[in-house]
Design a protein around this ligand. Structure first.
Ligand code: SF4
Length: 443
């Protein structure tokens, strides 16, 4: 057993955060202790994202910096999507890196670290379609909610997306295994779980679909809130929507990636739905789940996106009334189909930047109007953590509004009722109205 130290730095999406929790759990079982700084660590791991070129450049820059923190003999490893995408090529980009490990390789991590220590350039970038990391005990970063991976990989082939290349084909974790993990976190006093998958609502373990999973997770004693991310609009079957509506623990919030409001662009993106079908999906969800909050992802400047296409995105944002959106400029990724569009289709960077600014302004204006209208409402919130501003706490409504409230840190993990008293545009301030504070079950 090792008595070494490990420092892990995580980039990218929630799936990567969850993978880092698994990595740390695996290494803790192998005797490693986690440290908060790369200085003096025996192992430095950077868990990376490949979704945008910018993300990769940031990691390469960070790897250069980490070299200065390395103690002699330390192992520096790159994990995650960028490791999968570049494989051994990473050794040429950063000479001090001696370990490259893709998202399906973490079971072998302790052995690979030993091999790297022995001077080998250790690499594991094969997909393993059976790998769900059964038996791993995740080292959770957050105390009040738990990320539960239920599906890995993706079978869609959106033309801009590198994920099917870096995370492989879709596979679902057996329902019983996922529910067992939810039971374990509930026993530790965690009351909210977030089910994770690349297109999580297409979950199917061969015997159970996502509707079964939602109902089973909702039944776990002690679980008060169930969320999931990210779904695909095409996988909201009637069964899934009914399970959401009929399971009281499932929160009234869906992050529903739209990507574009133009059917022409959606077709080139190979999203497999039209503007009308996306609207219809949002309508079906809203009809079944009163008070549903919708958030989304939108890309601007996709190859061939015209002024008219972009105007359709703006009108979709206004008509649907998202609570919030992650907005991005298109970034071409080597190995994706979008790189094969003729260069004449490229949207100049200044045009994409200007569209992004207009999109953000439109989103913010809509959210501000909706948020102003919500003032005075009362909501149950879960107190998540201390707010960045001193002496205040950050809490979350079921429909995913962020509310800043006064209170003692001892309230973290509790549910209280708040009245929304102000809004800064994206977040709310609130006052606690319920004197009755329900404490978590344990811990
Ligand atoms: S659904 Fe599309 S965008 Fe999402 S991970 Fe799969 S290929 Fe990428």
């Amino acid at each position: 057993m090792s008595s070494s130290t490990v420092y892990v730095e995580t980039y990218g999406c929630q799936m990567n955060v969850s993978d880092s929790e698994l990595i740390l759990g695996k290494l803790a079982d192998a005797g490693y202790s986690q440290v908060d700084s790369p200085d003096g660590a025996d192992v430095i791991l950077v868990n990376t994202c490949a979704i945008r070129d910018h993300a990769e450049q940031r990691v390469l820059g960070r790897l250069g910096e980490l070299k200065r923190h390395m103690k002699p003999g330390a192992v520096v490893g790159v994990a995650g999507c960028m490791a999968q995408r570049l494989g051994p090529r990473l050794f040429d980009r950063a000479k001090h890196v001696s370990l490259v490990i893709g998202p399906d390789g973490y079971r072998a991590l302790p052995d690979l670290i030993e091999r790297a220590r022995d001077g080998e350039r250790a690499t594991a970038v094969d997909f393993d379609l059976e790998e769900h990391y059964q038996g791993f005990s995740a080292r959770r970063f957050e105390g009040v909610k738990a990320w539960i991976p239920v599906q890995r990989g993706c079978d869609y082939r959106c033309t801009y997306c590198i994920v099917p290349t870096t995370r492989g084909p879709e596979r679902s974790r057996p329902l019983l295994d996922a529910v067992r993990e939810v039971e374990q976190v509930a026993e530790q006093g965690i009351t909210e779980v977030v089910l994770l998958g690349q297109t999580v609502n297409s979950y199917n373990d061969g015997s159970h679909d996502f509707a079964d999973l939602l109902r089973a997770v909702g039944r776990v004693d002690g679980i008060r809130r169930v969320r999931f991310t990210s779904p695909h609009p095409n996988d909201f079957s009637e069964r899934v929507i009914a399970a959401m509506a009929e399971t009281p623990e499932v929160c009234e919030h869906v992050h529903l990636p739209m990507q574009s409001g133009s059917s022409r662009v959606l077709k080139r993106m190979l999203r497999r739905y039209t503007r009308e079908q996306y609207f219809e999906c949002a309508d079906r969800l809203r009809a079944a789940i009163p008070g549903l909050g919708l958030t989304t992802d939108i890309i601007v400047g996709f190859p061939g996106e015209s002024d008219e296409d972009f105007a359709e995105t703006l009108s979709a944002v206004r008509e649907i009334g998202f609570n919030d959106a992650y907005t991005f400029k298109f970034s071409a990724r080597e190995g994706t189909a979008a790189t094969r569009f003729p260069s004449a289709d490229d949207v100049p960077d200044n045009v994409a930047s200007e569209r992004l600014a207009r999109l953000i302004a439109t989103m913010r204006a809509g959210a501000r109007r909706a948020n102003m209208a919500a003032l005075g409402q009362r909501h149950e919130v879960l107190v998540e953590k201390e707010a960045r501003r001193g002496g205040l706490l950050q809490a979350r409504t079921r429909d995913f509004k962020t509310v800043i409230i006064p209170g003692e840190p001892s309230l973290i993990g509790s549910y209280v009722t708040v009245e929304l008293t102000g809004t800064t545009g994206s977040t709310f301030t609130g006052t606690v109205t319920s004197e009755r504070v329900e404490l978590p079950l344990a811990g």
